[in-house]
Design a protein around this ligand. Structure first.
Ligand code: BG6
Ligand code: MG
Length: 212
C-alpha cells in the first residue's frame, strides 16, 4: 500500500459535536426534530445532502432552492465560529505520531474529506504539513458514498486507486473507498461495517497492519 487517504471529521479531528451543535441550532429555530441518531446519518455526507436529511422532519411550506442554500449558509456560519475555537491541541499526539511514522516508512499521505472547511480545519490544527495532498468538498461534485473525493486524492498523489488505503469513520466513506477500487480501514462505527477491510480500535493500529 503506497498511499493512505484520511477522512478528516471523525478520523483526524472530532468536529462531529460542532456539526451537531450547528445543525441543532438551525433545526430548533425552525422547529424541526433533530437528534444524535439523525446526526450520525450525516457523517461523510455533503452540507446540502445533510440538509435534505434534516428536512425529512420538516413539515412546513415547501422550501425553494434559495431558501435551502440560506439554511445551509446559516448552519455553516455557526459551524465556522465553533471551528475558530480549534487549536493544534485538538489533534491527538497519537494521530500526529502515526502520520509522521507512516511518512517515515515512505507512504504518501492525503486528506479525502467532503468538507469545504477542510483547509481551514487543517490550518487551525497545524496539520497541513503532515500531508502531500488535500482533496475536499471544494474539488468534487458528488460527495461520499461516491468515490470522487478519494479518486481525486489518489490522482493528486499520482497513485493508482489500487495502491491506496482510505481511513474512514463513516459507512458512506467505506462505500466510497470500495467503489473507487481502494482498500478501507474503519474506525469507530465504520470498524463494525461489513465492507471494512481493516477494522481499527485506534488510529495507531495502522502501523501494525500488514498491507501486503
Ligand atoms: C464531512 C462531515 O466531513 O463533511 C459531514 O462528516 C459534513 O458531516 C461534510 O456534512 C460537509 O462539511 P462542510 O464543512 O463542507 O459543511
Ligand atoms: Mg468522517
Amino acid at each position: 500500500m503506497r498511499a493512505l487517504i484520511f477522512d478528516l471529521d471523525g478520523v483526524l479531528v472530532f468536529t462531529d459535536a460542532f456539526h451537531y451543535q450547528a445543525w441543532k441550532e438551525m433545526a430548533d429555530r425552525l422547529g424541526i426534530y433533530f437528534d444524535e441518531k439523525i446526526n450520525n446519518r450525516l457523517r461523510g455526507v455533503s452540507r446540502m445532502d445533510s440538509l435534505e436529511i434534516i428536512l425529512e422532519k420538516y413539515h412546513g411550506a415547501p422550501l425553494s432552492y434559495a431558501e435551502k442554500c440560506a439554511l445551509a449558509d446559516e448552519k455553516n456560519e455557526t459551524y465556522k465560529k465553533l471551528l475558530q475555537t480549534m487549536t493544534p491541541d485538538d489533534v491527538s499526539q497519537e494521530v500526529r505520531e502515526t502520520l509522521r511514522e507512516l511518512r517515515c516508512r515512505g507512504h504518501k499521505l492525503a486528506v479525502g474529506s467532503s468538507s469545504k472547511n477542510t483547509r481551514f480545519i487543517l490550518a487551525q490544527t497545524n496539520l497541513k504539513d503532515a500531508f502531500d495532498a488535500v482533496s475536499d468538498g471544494t474539488n468534487i461534485t458528488r460527495s461520499k458514498p461516491d468515490p470522487e473525493v478519494f479518486l481525486k486524492a489518489a490522482m493528486f498523489l499520482g497513485e493508482q486507486p489500487g495502491n491506496c488505503l482510505a481511513v474512514e469513520d463513516a459507512e458512506a466513506g467505506i462505500d466510497a473507498a470500495k467503489s473507487g477500487g481502494m482498500k478501507a480501514a474503519g474506525i469507530g462505527e465504520a470498524a463494525k461495517y461489513v465492507r471494512t477491510d481493516y477494522p481499527l480500535q485506534k488510529i495507531s493500529e495502522l502501523l501494525e497492519l500488514d498491507f501486503g
